[in-house]
Each structure stands twice: as structure tokens, then as C-alpha cells.
Design a protein. Sequence first.
Length: 133
Amino acid sequence: MLDTFTKEFNLGDKIPPSQYSALALAYLGDCVYELFVRTYLLKDLNLPVQRLHKSAIKLVNAKAQSDLYQKIKDKLSDEEIAVYKRGRNTNSHPPKNADLTDYKSATGVEALIGYLYLKGDSERILELLKHLI
């Protein structure tokens, strides 16, 4: 299912995933990450939206994404580490409420997820994101 949109728009065909900017990868990865979290929260419960949102923000933030990286870093391939580092080292400006180190790490995680999404590697995305829950 995750590859439906990439196939529809031929993403990754004209431009290889490695050629996208780190921030473009993070932009896309952020969406995939949030979709995973929202789907996970709905899997067993049909809660009011306000409660779903409160649960989601505990998992969709720089600190949670940085913590996820600590859980998966030893499981990443050299290629995945390189993509993570591209995202982490990109020049971006964190929001006022985010720790700079967490924010940079979160950007790296998002870039990695965006990269895997463009590659059409849904299984790897799920394998990594399952460490979040």
C-alpha cells in the first residue's frame, strides 16, 4: 500500500531517491512516519480525535524520533546510515520547543524514511518503525 503513490506519480523513476535533497526526503518521510503512527493508534481503538491527537503527539515529535534512531542505529545498513547522516547534517532551523540535537536526529530519521519510501521499500520502513511502538 505504501508504494501506491510513488507508482502513481513515478517517483524514483526520473530522479533516483539518492538525488533528492535531504530536506525533501525528510518532508516526505515525516508524512510516512505520521501515517504509521496514526494507523497504529487506530488499530485497536476507536477513540475520540482529541485523544488520538494527544497520543500521536507523544510519538510524532523530535524527541521520539531521536529515541527511535537510538533503537535502530545498529540495525541500519551503510547506505541507510549515509542517508540518515545527510538528513541529520542538513541546514535546518528547529522550532523553539525542540532540542537542536533531537531535531537534527529526527530530520535524519525522516530523511531515511522518505528515502526508503521513494525506493519502494515498505517492508524496511515497517521493520524500522515497529521499534517505535
